[in-house]
Design a protein around this ligand. Sequence first.
Ligand code: RIB
Ligand code: CA
Length: 305
Amino acid sequence: MRKIPLIIDTDPGIDDAVAISFAMFHPKVDLKLITTVAGNVSVDKTTENALKLVEFFGSDVPVARGCQEPLLKPLEDSSEIHGESGMDGFDFGTPTRKVIPEHAVEALRKTLLESKEPVTLMPIAALTNIALLFKLYPETKSKVKEIVLMGGSLSRGNTTTAAEFNIFTDPEAAAILFESGVKITMIGLDVTSRAVLMQKEVEQIKTMNRAGEMFAALFSHYRGGSMKTGLKMHDVCALAAIVEPELFDFADTFVEIETGKGPANGATVADLKMKYHRETNSTVALDVHVEKFREWFLEMLEQTK
Ligand code: RIB
Ligand code: CA
């Protein structure tokens, strides 16, 4: 079976940790590179967290450190959701693994240009690195098969009424991607907030294997939802959309990013009725089949060792 060449751009981040872990072990995925960016916490911490994960699993996937702040806005982190370290709750120890010397943008360019076939990009954080890649090296766009991102929302935001965190953190970067002409699939907050694990699943994963034990420990510090309403597995939905798209319903549309300075800053406005646009620029997830998602989650965990 031909594997999907994949690069994950990430700000671990407790929900990022699940997405990265599952991708490392998925039989359909060839994870070629992990690039980090400032978002949930500083880029120093998101990079250290990515190194903790590759070391925990003994993976040889290279990690490249990326941008330490958004293109224009100051960084406002979400350590209140993920803890001071960005992955509170489990003691990984200090990783001995080091980042590769190239900046994430250079590592993205090199990996894309060297790949024999187009690569899928899976950004699950602010889009700063990828926006810079497209601006500095536009020739790399032709080597991107598609971008499947967790971010945005077809309804309310989580950081402001209008905006989801990844897009709110760097709206200018998101605008660059949605205007790039590269194929984009957006898995928004309205959908990922339904992809929740309840107490029953958390208890189940705790004793399944060492990855489940680690996830359960992280989840005890994760404030993306609650045990009562469910823990929101935002980022792993991007991976699910790549390897198991039938878990979701999709629509092609035109998404505009609000970069104005008002209360709508960072909103992803989807023209779902195509009233204002003739062409589409993206595919958006409309819904997730929650019970099937939970079954998929447990199957993925079984193979994540
Ligand atoms: O809004 C949810 C997104 O913001 C997720 O990617 C989470 O990790 C945070 O980065
Ligand atoms: Ca994230």
